[in-house]
Design a protein. Sequence first.
Length: 438
Amino acid sequence: MIPPNSLHQLPKKNIFRKGDVFVLFGELFGRGYANGLVREARKAGMQIIGITVGRRDETNKLRPLTDDELASAESGLGGKIINVPLMAGFDLDAPDGEPTPTELLGTMTLKTWMEDRLDWTHIEKCRQVGVRRFQNSLGAVMSALDGMIGEGRNVFFAHTMAGGIPRAKVFLAIANRVYKGRGERFLSSQALVASDLGKLILQNFDEVSANTFQHLIEGSGSIRRRVEGSGGQVRYTAYGYHGTAILIGGSYQWQTYTNYTQGHAKIKLERIAQTAWADGIKATVYNCPEIRTNSSDIFSGVELPLIPLLHALRKEGGGPWAEAQWQACRDLLADGSSLEDVLQMVADFHDSEVSRGLRDFAAWPMPNSLALADLMLPTSDAIVQMHKDRSALITDLLSGLVIEATGPLIFFESSAPKSHVLWLNHDIVARQLNQLHS
């Protein structure tokens, strides 16, 4: 099936012009979707303003960026950064003199974590401390931002905050088994989310990936009212993931990477946008395809839903440029390995009974399974082994193309968004790429 509210037509309208304001609500990293959106803002001549999550000192206390860090960050962004730490999540927060959630997790071991229990009254106090800290800092950021937005300007708020994994050694070992474990090393994701450790992680995911969008919309309310009161327009976007429709057996079918534990927070993100939309606020979550980023490197198998983009490039009006991408992928493979072999391995994976069983949109996000791990991980490993260089993968090339496409798709669609949530599937991504390079 193709998900509801999928974008099928290339957006053409653009309300954003030179001098309008683009606010990146999250830091810009070398790999990630935000790079494509920032690129479009630069092309439009917008004033670019960013924020920082800050840094931790040796005592784990949040601090602003140093002068050198700030200069480097502003150079990468191509704009001004408001240097007030906006670190989300509460894993390192606690009332004065009391242990943080991360410190509590430090007593857990691989032998005890399933039975270990947390004091949820204390955890809630820690969460409240973290939320107050974030909201107080957000107030300072919005006060500074208000003075940077002139009259008659449109404003584009791009939310990019995601994550929330506590820095606990026990979780790193558990995550390796959940996302990469096979055979005796396999660990059920359901066992994780049912434990107190998992419940804490899900709460922190909510705070970082979803609730920060709510804080942004509420915290910028006075700016929004001022801008709209003077005839300007304000838009909010956020990056989601909720599976992707890719070409399987010649037709676009929805599928998902499993297990995607953060999916629960992404659903909450969509609901926050839905509530804002009902209040007349143009806030849209764009559910983007699977790519390789700094954060997705914890997973194995991301290339399995990504590589079929090559078929979409041909199907959606591909010409010489699309064929050049096929050749560029061939050039990354070692002697004796063919792109056709890679594509067949991917097709066999998606045609398997295990994979077909995951294509249940209503059940998303689904837990992992031993059968999936024993199929997906060896297939992924075999494809990686077929490359000349493990640091130059087909996955990297295609991820860059997806980022290139989603930038203009989100930027232009946000001028007149059709819904509070939109899926960017392989059809529209391929169509956008072919148009950009025609």
